[in-house]
Design a protein around this ligand. Sequence first.
Ligand code: TXA
Ligand code: MG
Length: 413
Amino acid sequence: MSTTNPPPPPPKLKTRILTIPPSSPLGSWSSPNSLQTWTLPPTPLIPASLTLAATALTTSTASSFSTPVAFPTETVYGLGADATSSTAVKGIYTAKGRPSDNPLIVHVSDLSMLSTLSTIPEIYHELISKFWPGPLTILLPVPTSGQLLAPEVTAGLTTFGARMPDSPLARALIQLVGKPLAAPSANASTRPSPTKAVHVLEDLEGKIELILDGGDCAVGVESTVVDGLCNPPVVLRPGGVGIEEIRQVKGWEGVVKGYKDRSEVGEGHKPRAPGMKYKHYSPRARVVLFEGHKPVNVGKELEGGGQKKVGVIRTGEWEGLVGETEGRIESEEGGFAVRQGSLRDEEGKELATVLDVDLGQDVKGVAHGLFAALRELDRLGADIIFVEGVSDGDDIAAAVMNRLRKAASEIRP
Ligand code: TXA
Ligand code: MG
């Protein structure tokens, strides 16, 4: 009987975080009010870490084994590789453990780079001038001949997603590589997207070599994905640009939502039963989402559950369970604090430890801190996390609720 040996596991890599200081020169637009050309600073002024990352992205494509580089964008950290190289792009799927039928977004530094990949239909012109560079991904046709993108980027589709990030660091990296970068969010599949360099390290240590650290991502949720190649145009994923803003643009007045995401506890919908979902954006702790802004009775929720540590994420109406003076674990620099306290019954007996996060009432602030809060509560050992949902709206609230509904094991009114 003959046996075939399984392929050897990929080598465990040493993962390094390289910091790019906030004041580093990263380039400028060649002419103001035009997104045509992003011009890099003179070579000696370019931060050495950035050059190192660009070299890694360029040279790794020549070998048969290739590892992507994580870099910050204004939405979330991305895991980038040369979008024109199959070897490089395959490295992304390997590092992330991502199914290869899910296409990747192609990031460009400027319009002149995008013009090497496709022509931009008229429907997108005003959208681009309004929202680029920024958290908006547009679907473009893959040209029938002279196609430069590796087939692994598009997962066999006739369209590809393109985005020009607002982060000058991201655009400088892409320009330095001189190639568009395919980049999904730099989390391990099923985990919350990373908004800090350490989040990438948590998920991908040993699987990639370099993480560029450009600080916290400003937006905190991924880009809005739109398809203007069909009529009416469609929003495929809510994100950093609000649907209400897109609707203001000529040709986009009738834009429809092409993602399944309505309140699951409204009329005719029973609360989602526990354990019946495919996980996405999920911390290890079980997430219970409350959509209705009604106060939650944590003590009652925990009855018989045996959970020892309870995370609570508040976004406006819920009252704090932990006094201001009790243990403060994280400083407010990261956008939020985690306060630790005890939940007690009427006799004063401790029922559970509470880790309390207030993300504030401003929905942009909630988006900014959401993934970081889920990850931080995981890190601190929460067994269960109760989250107060935000009101559904056509602004960034749509993205917040979309991600929360996917992360939750259970949804309550
Ligand atoms: O903000 C973002 O978009 C981040 C940063 C790193 O730029 N990237 C990101 O990539 O979120 P990823 O791979 O996690 O999500 C890409 C989304 C997926 O929902 C994918 O299905 C969709 O875009 N997508 C990409 N190309 C597509 C295509 N040709 N047709 C339909 N959907 C597409
Ligand atoms: Mg993702």
